[in-house]
Design a protein around this ligand. Structure first.
Ligand code: PSV
Ligand code: MN
Length: 416
C-alpha cells in the first residue's frame, strides 16, 4: 500500500470508528458488493436519432463478455452480465456459459425482447390477438430455457406495450391479458428462478403504458406469487419522483427484486448512473443498507436477493470508460450509505430533530470515501484507483484496433 493511501485510510478509519462505525464490517460489505453490467452497454447503441459508431465496440456476445471481464478485473464487483435475447442469441449456450466462467463471470438476468418484432406493433403480452400473445409467451419461455442453460436466476421483463390515443384499446382487457400471460410464464419457471417486472410510465407508448408504475408492477407480482418481484429502473419515473421512497416501500413489502441503474436526465436508460444526481443514488442505497439491518428477517432477506444491474447504452461517451464510471459511482454511493451513523439518525428522528437527521445523512454523503474504496480494492488484490488502471491498460486500444468500427451510423428515423 502506498504510504499516502495508508495515511488517508487510517485518518478516515479513525474518524469513522469514533462515530461508532465498524470499519471491518464496512470493508467487508464494500468488497462483497455486486453490480451486474448489461451486454447491450458494450455494443454499438445510441439514441433513436443517431447511433455514433464507437471504435472497439463489441460486435458479438463473446466480445461483450470480454469487455465485461475487463470491467470486472478493474473493479472486482461486476462479476455478472445481463443478456438481451435475441441480441445475444447463440447456438451454443453451454459454450457461452463456459466462456463466461473462464473469464470469472456468470450470466446474469435474461431480458426477453418484446418490442422489436413487427408483430408487436400493438403490443405483446397485452395484445388483443391471442396468437400474438402466444408468440410473446413462447419467446419468454425460450428465455426461461436459456436461463436454465446459462445458470441465470432472473428473467427481467420490460414491456413496450401501451396505447397512444384515448380509446385506442380496452385497458382492462389488456391488463387481464398480461396477467394471464405472466401466470403461464411463471408456472414454467423452476421454483428458484425469479421474474422481475419492470415498469415505465412512458415510451414508446405515451397515452397509457400497460405497466406504468411500481404500484401496478407490485400488484401483479403479488398475484403471481413469491417468484415475481418488482424491478426499479431509475430512469423510468417522472421528474421529481422520490425513487428512494418507492425502494423503501417495496423492500418493506418484500417485493423489491432488482434495479436498472442509469441517470434519469436522458429520460431513459442511456446516461451514467449517479452523474447528475449522486445524492439520489446515495439515498437509494441508504434505504437498502437500513433495510439490510432491519429486525424483520423477511425485509433483510429481500435486500440480500436484490439484483443490482446497470441498464445503460452509451452513445457519445467511450463505452468501457462509461461502464467503469457507472460501477464506480455505485460503489461510492454504497460506501457512503454504509457509513451513515444509524444510531445518531435514530436519535435525531426520535427527537424530531428534522435538520439534525438530515445532517447525519449529509455527514456521510460529504465524506470522501475514496481511501475506503482504495483499501477495499487493495484487499481484493486490485489496483486502488481503477480509473488510473484503466488509463494504463492496453485493452481499450487493443480492442479498438482489433475490432475497428463495428457499425454505428444508423438511427431510428427514415434516412438516418
Ligand atoms: C427499456 O427502456 C429498458 O429499460 C428495458 O430494461 C430494456 O430491456 C432496456 O431498456 C434495454 O432496451
Ligand atoms: Mn431498464
Amino acid at each position: 500500500m502506498g504510504s499516502a493511501q495508508k495515511d488517508e485510510f487510517e485518518r478516515l478509519s479513525d474518524g469513522l470508528q469514533q462515530r461508532g462505525i465498524g470499519i471491518d464490517e464496512v470493508l467487508r460489505a464494500i468488497k462483497s458488493q455486486h453490480i451486474e453490467t448489461p451486454s447491450w452497454g458494450y455494443g454499438d447503441s445510441g439514441t433513436r436519432f443517431k447511433v455514433f459508431g464507437a471504435p472497439g465496440a463489441a460486435r458479438n456476445v463473446y466480445e461483450k463478455l470480454d469487455d465485461a471481464a475487463f470491467i470486472h478485473s478493474l473493479t472486482g464487483v461486476a462479476p455478472s452480465v445481463a443478456l438481451h435475447i435475441p441480441w445475444d442469441k447463440t447456438d451454443d449456450w453451454d459454450g457461452l456459459a463456459v466462456y463466461a466462467a473462464q473469464r470469472g463471470l456468470s450470466i446474469g438476468a435474461i431480458n426477453p425482447n418484446l418490442f422489436q418484432d413487427d408483430i408487436y406493433k400493438f403490443g405483446s403480452l397485452c395484445h388483443t390477438d391471442a396468437e400474438i400473445r402466444g408468440q410473446a409467451v413462447q419467446h419468454c419461455l425460450e428465455c426461461v430455457e436459456i436461463m436454465d442453460k446459462t445458470g441465470s436466476r432472473d428473467l427481467s421483463l420490460w414491456l413496450a406495450d401501451g396505447t397512444n390515443y384515448a380509446g385506442q384499446d380496452d385497458i382492462r382487457a389488456r391488463k387481464r391479458n398480461l396477467e394471464a400471460a405472466l401466470t403461464e410464464i411463471v408456472a414454467a419457471m423452476p421454483g428458484d428462478r425469479r421474474l422481475l417486472i419492470e415498469y415505465k410510465f412512458f415510451e414508446p407508448a405515451f397515452y397509457h403504458t400497460d405497466l406504468a408504475d411500481w404500484g401496478m408492477a407490485a400488484n401483479l407480482a403479488r398475484k403471481l406469487g413469491p417468484q415475481a418481484k418488482v424491478l426499479v429502473d431509475t430512469g423510468h419515473h417522472a421528474p421529481g419522483t422520490n425513487v428512494e421512497h418507492i425502494v423503501a416501500f417495496l423492500v418493506d413489502e418484500g417485493l423489491l427484486g432488482g434495479f436498472h441503474f442509469n441517470s434519469r436526465k436522458y429520460a431513459d436508460d442511456d446516461l451514467i448512473v449517479g452523474t447528475t444526481n449522486p445524492f439520489e443514488l446515495f439515498l437509494i442505497y441508504n434505504e437498502l443498507v437500513a433495510a439490510e439491518q432491519d429486525s424483520e428477517p423477511e425485509v433483510a432477506a429481500c435486500v440480500r436477493d436484490v439484483a443490482y444491474m446497470i441498464d445503460q447504452s452509451h452513445n457519445v461517451e467511450p463505452k468501457l470508460e462509461a461502464m467503469l464510471q457507472s460501477v464506480l459511482n455505485c460503489q461510492s454511493a454504497y460506501a457512503k450509505a454504509l457509513i451513515v451513523d444509524r444510531e445518531a439518525l435514530a436519535r435525531r428522528r426520535s427527537e424530531h430533530d428534522v435538520l439534525g437527521a438530515y445532517r447525519v445523512l449529509t455527514d456521510a454523503f460529504d465524506t470522501d470515501v475514496r481511501p475506503l474504496l482504495a483499501q477495499a480494492r487493495i484487499e481484493l488484490g486490485l489496483a486502488p484507483d481503477p480509473m488510473a488502471a484503466f488509463s494504463d491498460s492496453p485493452y481499450p486500444a487493443q480492442v479498438a484496433a482489433e475490432r475497428g468500427m463495428a457499425r454505428g451510423g444508423g438511427g431510428g428515423y427514415p434516412g438516418a
